[in-house]
Write a protein that binds this ligand. Structure first.
Ligand code: ADP
Length: 169
């Protein structure tokens, strides 16, 4: 009987843990890829304790870039931004973890690298807003939409990382 309760308890724990997990879309833009910053950027998310669940390198079409940045279509820099995103390989990723959307944005830093704190990715590695090397979803809704735009469901890998018990306790 006690074994039965132990199993029920473990399943509940697992469920509670899974419910807290969220996913965000992170992309290294063509400038970050060309500058050889892939490993540096991945390493910051990895060392924090977030889990990589999807990754691929693609050259997005201009049309695709416009879909990705559709919220910004009224902005004066929209066309240049979409030209830039489609100008070379982009490393598209999905990262998973508790609070990964908000904390991912913290790791990335402010949109304008001049205003990003030292210690953030843009603060440490970029200088101007038009070449700020990385994209990260800005909220749960955009995260969901962006993951769906960039990845097919079967490209997302669900797995347990054995380090999780040391990261989450
Ligand atoms: P973030 O990428 O930090 O979420 P936004 O969604 O506001 O920022 O903008 C998307 C991208 O558009 C920025 O990462 C940057 O590459 C580009 N961008 C934003 N503002 C400007 C600007 N004033 N001039 C040129 N490019 C810009």
């Amino acid at each position: 009987v006690s074994f039965f309760f132990l199993v029920v308890y473990m399943l509940q724990e697992q469920e509670a843990h899974a419910a807290e997990m969220e996913r965000t879309f992170i992309a290294i833009k063509p400038d970050g890829v060309q500058r050889g910053l892939i490993a540096e950027i991945i390493s910051r998310f990895e060392r924090k304790g977030f889990k990589l669940v999807a990754i691929k390198i693609v050259i997005p079409s201009k049309d695709f870039a416009q879909r990705h940045y559709h919220d910004l279509k009224e902005r004066p820099f929209f066309n240049g931004l979409c030209d830039f995103l489609s100008s070379g390989p982009v490393l598209a990723m999905v990262w998973e973890g508790e609070g990964v959307i908000k904390y991912g944005r913290k790791l990335i830093g402010a949109t304008d690298p001049q205003k990003s704190e030292p210690g953030t990715i843009r603060g440490d590695l970029a200088v101007v807003v038009g070449r700020n090397i990385i994209h990260g979803s800005d909220g749960p809704e955009t995260a969901k939409d962006e993951i769906k735009l960039w990845f097919k469901p079967e490209e997302l890998v669900t797995y347990t990382n054995d380090a999780e018990k040391w990261i989450y306790g």
